[in-house]
Design a protein around this ligand. Structure first.
Ligand code: PLP
Length: 351
């Protein structure tokens, strides 16, 4: 059996460190917004080379708080992609704003040549998604945003440590949003998220929004949420952050073995330094291939089988050519830091 992901194996390798951290937090008597969250915010911000970071309750909440901090409101438009995880769009819906979709390029990320035609008077934000751990073309996106006076919120929920021109994603836009859902390259053992920003004012706003809009004790200055990262998850994330670079390197090494040994499928296109949250190939025979691999005990998945603009929640179904074509051809192969070469070669041989 080749597992798609191996969370139990990951835990076994760091069990002592994690267990001792959990005991430490439980015996501390401090469970919400204490030392662990504060230290993790510092450490992950340093890792990303950003000035500020705020621990929040999920990737979706990171996006909601970021859009709210930028003042996005009812009927505003947010430019993003349909080829993403649904929460990207759920966050836009939360603010009663409207997602405006741009088709993707052959790298599965936003096609920057098609952004400007979607900008209207209502556009407030461009929300690029670094899908599968692979960076978007941030130079072009930042230029378009500057030329059109728009803000940029990066969805980095699948891209912890990914780089574009030797700089980590989450450090380009006004705000960067991360998820620590357990399956992510950096995941906790529950829900968690993070907002990165070099802007002190936005940092303050996100901090207030995370705690009911509270500026200081019993002083409420904005309409906020309860969207805090808890001490237990922050402690666990601090342990795991020490292993992230090594795990990402292992994923990159695994992707190289796939690249060198796969035939008959379209390989992923890497921009800068991908962290291969997912290793996605393309084939006109996708469904047959998936079925055959399943028969050989090789687990694969599709990210994502139905593009968001074609979901039932949208009444007007527009046409996004590549997004729709790719959704029928993409296949995510097993990818994690604990795959061995023999397993990967086995998958390549079956394909
Ligand atoms: C691209 C993308 N955006 C947003 C999210 C939302 O993150 P969470 O599940 O932590 O709310 C995810 C994770 O599922 C994601 O993959």
């Amino acid at each position: 059996m080749v597992e798609f992901i191996d969370l139990k194996g990951e835990y076994e390798g760091i069990k002592d460190e994690v267990d001792s951290k959990v005991k430490k937090v439980l015996s501390s008597g401090s469970y919400i917004l204490g030392e662990e969250v504060k230290e993790f915010e510092k450490e992950f911000s340093e890792y990303l080379t950003v000035k500020n970071g705020v621990g929040v309750s999920s990737g979706t909440d990171a996006l909601i708080l970021s859009l709210a901090a930028l003042g996005v409101k009812e009927n505003d438009e947010v430019i993003t992609v349909s080829n993403t995880a649904f929460p990207t769009v759920a966050a836009i819906f939360s603010l009663k704003a409207k997602p405006v979709f741009v088709d993707v390029g052959n790298d599965y990320n936003i096609d920057v040549s098609k952004i400007e035609e979607k900008i209207s008077e209502k556009t407030k934000v461009i929300l690029p998604v670094h899908l599968y751990g692979n960076s978007c073309d941030m130079d072009k996106i930042m230029k378009i945003a500057k030329d059109n006076n728009l803000k940029v919120v990066e969805d980095c929920c699948q891209a912890h440590g990914a780089e574009y021109k030797n700089k980590k994603v989450g450090s380009f836009g006004d705000l960067g949003c991360f998820s620590f859902y357990p399956t992510k390259n950096l995941g906790c053992y529950g829900d968690g998220g993070f907002v990165s920003t070099n802007d002190d004012e936005l940092n303050e706003k996100v901090r207030m929004l995370r705690e009911y809009g509270q500026k200081e004790k019993n002083k409420f200055v904005m309409k906020g949420y309860n969207a805090r990262l808890d001490e237990l998850q922050a402690g666990i994330l601090r342990v795991k952050l020490n292993h992230l670079s090594e795990w990402n390197e292992k994923r990159r090494k695994n992707s190289k073995i796939y690249n060198e040994n796969l035939k008959n499928v379209e390989l992923p296109i890497e921009n800068g330094k991908s962290v291969y949250h997912l290793y996605v190939v393309r084939s006109k025979e996708r469904d047959n291939l998936m079925e055959k691999l399943k028969g050989k005990d090789i687990n694969t998945l599709i990210h994502y089988p139905i593009p968001i603009h074609l979901q039932e929640v949208f009444k007007d179904k527009e046409k996004l050519e590549k997004t729709e074509q790719f959704s029928k051809e993409i296949l995510s192969l097993p990818m994690h830091a604990f795959l061995d070469e023999e397993e990967i070669l086995g998958v390549c041989k079956e394909i």
